[in-house]
Design a protein around this ligand. Structure first.
Ligand code: FUB
Length: 458
């Protein structure tokens, strides 16, 4: 009886891990997701919790970017900005929650530097390179610079852009059209403080026993069907996610309730990001699941949801399954970056001298899962670009599971250098239809090879 129970439990664990989509990045610890939709692609900017935490606190030096066209496979664009981009700041830690937006073909990344305020970077492409156009912080003259975190940016239908931010207060400025300055003739030298009423932001009894509002940090501002939404981390530590709505960006805000409550795998912080993409709505947040409960090592997750008919947001359950259905299939007959991943185990990504991203730290048994791969019309061979200064190994191509049907094996040899790339090719079984593809790495001891891209041929 016990034996039977153990088998059922192991099968269940196996099915759960096969279906796990959250957290959506497994190669690094990522937090504070800021998704941006641009030209049919979702670009997700994240903070980056280092693998080694210093002084048992947030250890965050740079910002990363990932993109997806199907909401299940995410391509890693590596570190797109870092504290080093701000020459005027001497902070070596504190690359906190950013947000990006496009205007007139330029991409603006609003970056809070913990203790040095809110700054901005600009680029010609969503993945950079980003440069500092100001040589100083963007927002100045605030009451307490340590409170100037978590910027969220929004352009209204009339073209007026707003930047909100703050913990524990909530502030905003009216950005000028250049997106790197603001109207200083309004508010208090340009800055407006949002009135924090319990009608607007709910009631919360703090640890000191005093009544305050639920608003804590991490604002995310947007507009939908003429209603303005302000979603935020709420109720102190540990954080819930709540939201308020208003008929105008200036308020008055009305508290509308929680979007995400507590769950055992949620970190003591949480941080929202919301987008509509290809007809669906998605809620981004972070958990401490991947690190096994370490609140300074968080990971971004995503859930699909539907607004209620009256525009209200339902309570969203933080699941392991995440996004169930891809919005489109992946074409394996065009170059696919190896760092396009639905789920991976044991791997890291790195960038070469030209900034190209590749998959590294590949050991025996590690794997990449790529979801919804459309083999229609049949595949006959597989190409991969790899490099190795060790003995190499092999890539097994399997369908549906890490030990699923083997459709091909690609042998990887020593190329005499970890970035001395070579493209290799091997035959595959004729396969058709749409499958989850597993690239399973096999070999001896130690690191096997690096992996840049792959594709199938018919
Ligand atoms: O990631 C550092 C800080 O923790 C963010 O700025 C907050 O929103 C919280 O997630």
């Amino acid at each position: 009886m016990l034996f039977k129970k153990i088998i059922i439990l192991s099968l269940l664990m196996c099915v759960l891990s096969l279906n796990a989509q959250n957290p959506i990045v497994q190669t690094y610890f990522t937090a504070d997701p800021a998704p941006m939709v641009h030209n049919g692609t979702v670009y997700m900017y994240t903070t980056h919790d280092e693998d080694e935490t210093i002084d048992n606190f947030f250890t965050m030096h740079n910002w990363r970017c990932y993109s997806s066209t199907d909401m299940v496979n995410w391509t890693d664009h590596g570190v797109v900005a870092s504290l080093k981009d701000f020459k005027w700041s001497d902070k070596t830690n504190g690359a906190w929650a950013p947000q990006a937006i496009e205007r007139n073909g330029k991409f603006y990344l609003y970056c809070p530097i913990h203790g040095d305020g809110v700054a901005v970077l600009v680029a010609d492409s969503p993945t950079g390179p980003f440069v500092d156009p100001l040589g100083k912080r963007l927002i100045d003259g605030t009451a307490n610079i340590w409170h100037d975190i978590d910027p969220t940016v929004f352009i209204d239908d009339d073209g007026q852009a707003y930047l909100f931010w703050g913990n524990p207060g909530l502030y905003y400025v009216k950005l000028n059209e250049d997106m790197i300055s603001y109207d200083r003739t309004v508010g208090s030298n340009g800055i407006f403080a949002v009135e924090m009423t319990t009608e607007g932001f709910g009631e919360h009894i703090g640890r000191d026993g005093n009544m305050r509002t639920k608003y804590t940090e991490g604002p995310w501002v947007y507009k939908r069907n003429d209603l303005y939404y302000l979603v935020y981390a709420a109720s102190g530590i540990p954080e819930y996610i709540a939201y308020s709505t208003a008929p105008s960006i200036k308020g008055p805000w009305t508290y509308r309730g929680y979007i995400m409550e507590r769950a055992p795998h949620l970190a003591f912080t949480n941080h929202p990001g919301i987008i509509d993409f290809k007809g669906n709505s998605y809620f981004f947040y972070h958990t401490h699941e991947l690190s096994g409960g370490e609140g300074f090592k968080r990971s971004v997750s995503v859930e699909q949801f539907e607004y209620n008919a009256d525009g209200s947001i339902p309570l969203i359950i933080p699941s392991k399954e995440g996004v169930k259905k891809s919005v489109s299939n992946l074409n394996p007959f065009a170059r696919v970056e190896a760092e396009t991943i639905a789920w991976s185990e044991g791997l890291k990504t790195a960038s070469d001298n030209e900034g190209g991203i590749f998959v590294t730290k590949i050991h025996n048994g590690d794997f990449i899962k790529v979801r919804s791969v459309d083999f229609s019309n049949g595949a006959k061979s597989f190409k991969a670009t790899i490099a190795s200064a060790a003995k190499g190994g092999k890539i097994e191509l399997r369908l549906g599971a890490p030990d699923g049907q083997l459709i091909g094996t690609c042998k990887v040899k020593d190329t005499k250098g970890w970035t001395d790339w070579r493209t290799i090719e091997s035959k595959t079984k004729a396969v058709g239809g749409v499958h989850d593809l597993y690239l399973v790495f096999k070999g001896g001891e130690g690191e096997l090879f690096n992996f840049d891209w792959w594709m199938f041929s018919r």
